[in-house]
Write a protein that binds this ligand. Structure first.
Ligand SMILES: [Zn+2]
Length: 284
C-alpha cells in the first residue's frame, strides 16, 4: 500500500521535518516572531499551503544548496537565501531532469512506498530573488536563532544551520551517510568536514536533506560519527591510500568507499585544484 504525502513529523518543539515522498527533506522551524523553511524539495508540494498549515508567522526561506531536489519548489516564493556559490546551479533547474529524478527514486522503491508521480512536479518560470548568506549569518526567529556555516564539498555553496533551541544541525547534503563530493576537490571537501567537526559541541542531532530515501520511510538523526568518518575517508584519498569500488553516477564513473557509518562518492582525479595547497594531514 502506498502513502499519500508529504509526511510531516515534529522532531522537536515547533520544529518539523517534511518527507516529500522520499525524494527530499524540508524542515520548518517556528519561533515566537518568525518561521524558517529550510529547502523547497522537488516541487510536488504546495509549499504555501503547507506553511499555512504549520504556522501563522511570517517566514523566510533558505536553501542548504542548489541541487534540483532541494530547489524544486522555488517558484512559490519571491525571495530566498542561498550562498552565491550555488546561485548558478539553482538557476539552471531543469524540470525534465527533476521529473526523471522522481522516476529514478521511484524505480528504486519510491513508487511502491509513496503515492506520487512525475507529473506532480509543478513548473515555474520566474525565479525568486537570491540573497547571499555567508558564515555567521543568523536567522533570528524570536526565542531561537539559527546560525549558518558554509560547507563546500557536495556543492560549492552548501551550508548547514544550527538551531540554538533544539540543538539540531540541519545539514542539507553536506555530511550524509552517503556523501557525494560533486562540487569541489577532495582537499576543499576536507576543509568543509573539518568545519562541521568544529561545530560538534553546538548540536545534538544532525538532520540531513533526505528522509525516507527512495521508499524507506524513516526520520532520524544521522549517526554521530559521520563527519569524522568523512574526514578519515578524505585523508585516505589525499594520501593515495583509498581502496574504492567504481560505480556509475550521473553518467560518469566515480569512486565510492565506505568507512564506519559513512560512504563517500568522489572523483579520484580531483584531489586538489590547480594552485591549491594540501592540508597538513598529520595535524588533522
Ligand atoms: Zn544535493
Amino acid at each position: 500500500m502506498s502513502m499519500k504525502g508529504p509526511f510531516i513529523s515534529e522532531i522537536a518543539k515547533d520544529t518539523y521535518a517534511v518527507n516529500e515522498y522520499g525524494l527530499a527533506a524540508m524542515y520548518v522551524v517556528v519561533g515566537t516572531e518568525r518561521a524558517l523553511l529550510i529547502d523547497t524539495g522537488c516541487g510536488l508540494t504546495d509549499l504555501k499551503a503547507m506553511m499555512a498549515g504549520l504556522t501563522d508567522k511570517p517566514y523566510d526561506v533558505v536553501l542548504t544548496h542548489g541541487h534540483l531536489d532541494h530547489v524544486g519548489g522555488l517558484g512559490w516564493f519571491e525571495k530566498v537565501y542561498i550562498n552565491e556559490g550555488d546561485w548558478e546551479m539553482a538557476r539552471s533547474l531543469d524540470f525534465e531532469e527533476l521529473r526523471n529524478y522522481c522516476d529514478q527514486l521511484g524505480a528504486m522503491g519510491g513508487y511502491e512506498a509513496y503515492d506520487y508521480n512525475r507529473d506532480m512536479v509543478k513548473e515555474f518560470t520566474a525565479f525568486p530573488e537570491f540573497i547571499n548568506i555567508e558564515d555567521g549569518f543568523v536567522f533570528d526567529l524570536g526565542g531561537r536563532k539559527l546560525t549558518v556555516t558554509t560547507i563546500a564539498g557536495h556543492t560549492k555553496g552548501g551550508l548547514v544551520l544550527i538551531d540554538d533551541q533544539s540543538r539540531i544541525m540541519f545539514s542539507g547534503d553536506c555530511a550524509n551517510t552517503n556523501t557525494l563530493i560533486l562540487g569541489t576537490s577532495i582537499n576543499t571537501a576536507l576543509k568543509g568536514f573539518l568545519k562541521v567537526r568544529a561545530l560538534r559541541d553546538q548540536y545534538d542531532r544532525n538532520f540531513n536533506g533526505h528522509i525516507g530515501y527512495a521508499g524507506a520511510p524513516n526520520c532520524f538523526s544521522q549517526p554521530e560519527s559521520v563527519p569524522e568518518d568523512l574526514i578519515h575517508l578524505c585523508k585516505l584519498v589525499l594520501r593515495g591510500e583509498d581502496t574504492p569500488t567504481m560505480q556509475m553516477f550521473l553518467g560518469s564513473e566515480r569512486a565510492g568507499m565506505n568507512y564506519n557509518h559513512a560512504r563517500m562518492v568522489y572523483d579520484r582525479e580531483w584531489k586538489l585544484d590547480p594552485g591549491e595547497e594540501m592540508l597538513d594531514l598529520d595535524m588533522i
